[in-house]
Write a protein that binds this ligand. Structure first.
Ligand code: SAM
Ligand code: SF4
Length: 330
């Protein structure tokens, strides 16, 4: 059992112990639902938190009950010297789990070094198992093979390995069953995510969303599907199922059809040092200025939590859509 302080609770009684840290707003992909093709206006370098500053934020929040971290972006593996940040975060007292969200392109080259630096596990995002189709969805042809990335992560012991798939009707929904089959072959946790409306690409959701209930109906054509415990570490908003005898599981993440805000245990730190208490909406607090001025961050964190909204209303808000997840650390 942890001997550290219990996690802070927000005003709705949710324990907040999980911080998602965006280390860059840039990416080597331009996924159709995430970023405009030409990319966004990148943050100026001086606005981005240094690794020392990110570590200082974590060091100040750990005594308030922060236990788990996820490094995300943009694409975190393209920020130079990421291993150095992971080693620095690993050394912070109280941090029990460090995960990485990545598009997986660099994983075959980096997986074992990431593990050695102190990373515990990875989530890989890939919306297709077909290299040419990935290039179309990501609008960059990097010859990416997601199965190689999953294998590299498993070989390096970055477990549990989760594979995130945004399901889009007419674009990749014909691969749902193939993705589910992967869980019969590997100890991988495939998670199907409902397409959310983002920025100027928000209209994609109207045309292409596939509700998760429909995804599960398709998966069930492979065999009996039973409710399952999620992977041992890092249970987030997914609801898990298992095909009989499969080493891996199948999860669904349903921001559009069922909200899971009541169990939300997380907050986010943007690459330029803003604390966001909800992925949706505009609730954020600048931590960079007080950090650079040498002020204590704890009171600001406590105040931000007290203002964390009870729930998002993404379905109602979809006019106009969300800020790009690459900007806010999706
Ligand atoms: N680049 C990394 C990656 O792709 O995993 C980390 C950042 S990315 C913003 C995090 C996750 O957000 C990915 O799994 C991606 O598929 C998901 N995402 C981005 N935009 C989305 C949208 N409009 N709807 C659903 N999921 C989205
Ligand atoms: Fe990049 Fe991830 Fe956004 Fe795709 S989803 S553009 S890989 S940040």
């Amino acid at each position: 059992m942890s001997t550290h302080a219990p996690a802070l609770k927000d005003r709705f009684g949710r324990s907040i112990e999980y911080l998602r840290i965006s280390v860059t707003d840039r990416c080597n992909f331009r996924c159709v639902y995430c970023m405009p093709e030409q990319g966004l206006a990148w943050l100026p370098k001086q606005d981005i938190l240094s690794y020392e500053e990110i570590t200082e934020v974590v060091r100040q929040l750990a005594p308030l009950g922060l236990r788990r971290l996820r490094i995300t972006g943009g694409e975190p593996t393209i920020r130079p010297d990421l291993l150095r940040l992971i080693a620095m975060l690993r050394a912070v007292d109280g941090i029990e789990d460090i995960a990485l969200s990545t598009n997986g392109v660099k994983l075959p080259a980096m997986a074992s070094d990431l593990k050695r630096a102190g990373l515990d596990r990875v989530n890989i995002s890939s919306d297709s198992l077909i290299t040419e189709r990935i290039a179309k969805i990501a609008r960059r042809d990097l010859g990416f093979d997601p199965v190689l990335a999953v294998q590299a992560a498993l070989d390096a012991g970055l477990e549990p390995v989760k594979l995130n798939v945004v399901v889009m009707r007419g674009i990749n929904d014909d691969e749902v069953v193939e993705f589910a089959r992967l869980t019969q072959q590997h100890a991988v946790h495939v998670r199907f995510i409902e397409l959310m409306p983002v920025g100027e690409m928000a209209h994609l959701t109207d045309e292409h969303i596939v509700p998760s209930d429909e995804v599960l109906t398709r998966v069930a054509t492979l065999g009996a599907l039973s409710p399952a415990e999620g992977p041992a570490r890092g249970n987030g908003p997914a609801k898990y199922h298992r095909l009989e005898g499969a080493p891996g599981t199948i999860g669904v993440i349903t921001p559009m059809t069922h909200t899971y805000c009541g169990d939300c245990n997380r907050v986010r730190l943007t690459a330029d040092g803003r604390l966001r208490t909800c992925l949706y909406g505009d609730h954020e607090v600048d931590l960079r200025s007080p950090l650079r001025a040498g002020s204590e961050l704890g009171p600001l964190f406590v105040k931000a939590l007290s203002e964390k909204p009870e729930a998002h209303d993404l379905v109602r808000l979809k006019v106009g859509g969300l800020r790009a997840l690459s900007e806010v650390g999706g």
